[in-house]
Write a protein that binds this ligand. Structure first.
Ligand code: NAD
Ligand code: TYD
Length: 358
């Protein structure tokens, strides 16, 4: 892959996308980055403060399902690289209302694939060797029992509307490689954690509730297992796949950090008790843990076999969960205003102030 790139990053105002935009602008000084984001409830421009001034960066507020706008952008910016994060990403929301998941995750991915195909396979295409990297999840493989790991050849068996919509988009991306020879790569990663995660997901939700003396909801028996991947490790893996991956292949990315949910929740409580002292009640934050009704179709265990990316691309996660969770808690403690702006909804005004001021 040549050094100069004009990259379309979709969903760059979300948790992983924002971390990725920051990383890529630092790691690849010759890249131009166009961040296309609809600014749904999960999109937060405050995740990119400071980056707006970088002349290699442009933000475009648009829906990936808007094919005319997406195609126009491909032409206007001569997009040669797509890193596709934009999605509806929360399983609980997909259970309550699947329609947006079908729309964005399937139809939106289709719109991007079509735009890439039209642009890169036209006679007038003169850019470098293009690449479409689709960011997906290990949840497409379904649920594991006590043993075993997901490999890239594990059959898809999605259980939630979220994972079904992601599996569907993975199939479409793969079909565009086989049918049209579109240069695609797919990554399937495990649960991310770290700075800028929206406080509806387990770790930031538990942080926020325990800071405010609210109950800490643990679904079912709390023994469901997730493999936690520090977001910076994930973003570095994506850069590796972009630079040295092979078209038509998918790469599993995991953190080697399998933990039961209850272990994660109690660890956050204990870290907070140690760092900032017990709450006013004088009781350890663990006392706020409340077992609640289980999530419908709750996948029991996810675990990744990341042999392919390790052996073929030399990538391995650097962060242990013990260090990563300390770093994450420190970040949330130092950025309580960021959380408060989400909780009171004021983060959504930032767009008007930044982009619609005059
Ligand atoms: P997120 O929910 O934090 O952010 C999603 C972003 O996409 C937001 O900025 C939102 O505004 C934008 N978006 C949503 N619909 C859009 C649309 N129609 N058009 C344009 N932009 C739109 O998500 P995340 O946690 O950062 O996840 C990013 C990607 O990584 C997703 O594709 C997700 O499936 C995948 N993934 C996430 C995890 C995880 O643990 N968070 C794990 C595996 C895979
Ligand atoms: P989540 O962060 O929503 O990620 P995912 O569903 O994609 O794995 O949830 C992580 C785990 O934590 C999952 O097993 C569900 C559980 N969970 C709770 O027990 N309580 C909560 O309040 C949330 C949001 C999740």
């Amino acid at each position: 892959m040549k050094n100069r790139r004009s990259a379309l990053v979709t969903g760059g105002c979300g948790f992983i996308g924002a971390n990725f935009v920051s990383l890529i602008l630092q790691a690849c000084p010759e890249w131009r980055v166009i961040n296309l984001d609809k600014l749904t409830y999960a999109g937060n421009l405050q995740n990119l403060q400071g980056i707006e001034e970088d002349e290699r960066y442009r933000f475009v507020k648009a829906d990936i399902c808007d094919s005319a706008r997406v195609e126009e952008l491909f032409k206007e910016e001569r997009i040669d690289t797509v890193v596709h994060f934009a999605a509806e990403s929360h399983v609980d929301r997909s259970i309550l209302g699947p329609a947006e998941f079908i729309q964005t995750n399937i139809i939106g991915t289709f719109a991007l694939l079509e735009a890439a195909r039209k642009s890169w396979q036209s006679d007038s295409w003169q850019g470098p060797e293009p690449c479409f990297l689709h960011v997906s999840t290990d949840e497409v493989y379904g649920s594991l029992g006590d043993t075993g790991y997901f490999t890239e050849s594990t059959p898809f068996d999605p259980r939630s509307p979220y994972s079904a919509s992601k599996a569907s988009s993975d199939h479409l991306v793969s079909a565009y490689f086989h049918t049209y020879g579109l240069p695609v790569r797919i990554t399937n990663c495990s649960n991310n954690y770290g700075p800028y995660q929206f406080p509806e997901k387990l770790i930031p939700l538990i942080f926020n509730n325990s800071m405010h003396g609210k109950s800490l909801p643990v679904y079912g028996d709390g023994k469901n297992i997730r493999d936690w991947l520090y977001v910076e490790d994930h973003c570095e893996a994506i850069v590796e796949v972009l630079k040295n991956g092979e078209n038509g292949k998918s790469y599993n990315i995991g953190g080697n950090n399998e933990k039961q949910n209850i272990e994660v929740v109690t660890l956050i409580c204990d870290i907070l008790d140690r760092k900032i002292g017990l709450p006013e009640s004088g009781k350890p934050r663990r006392s706020l843990i409340t077992y609640v009704a289980d999530r419908l179709g709750h996948d029991r265990r996810y675990a990744i076999d990341a042999t392919r990316i390790r052996e073929e691309l030399g990538w391995e996660p650097k962060m242990t969960f013990e260090r990563g969770i300390e770093k994450t808690i420190d970040w949330y403690l130092a950025n309580q205003e960021w959380v408060a702006n989400i909780v009171d909804g004021s983060y959504q005004k930032y767009y008007q102030e930044m982009y619609e001021a005059e």
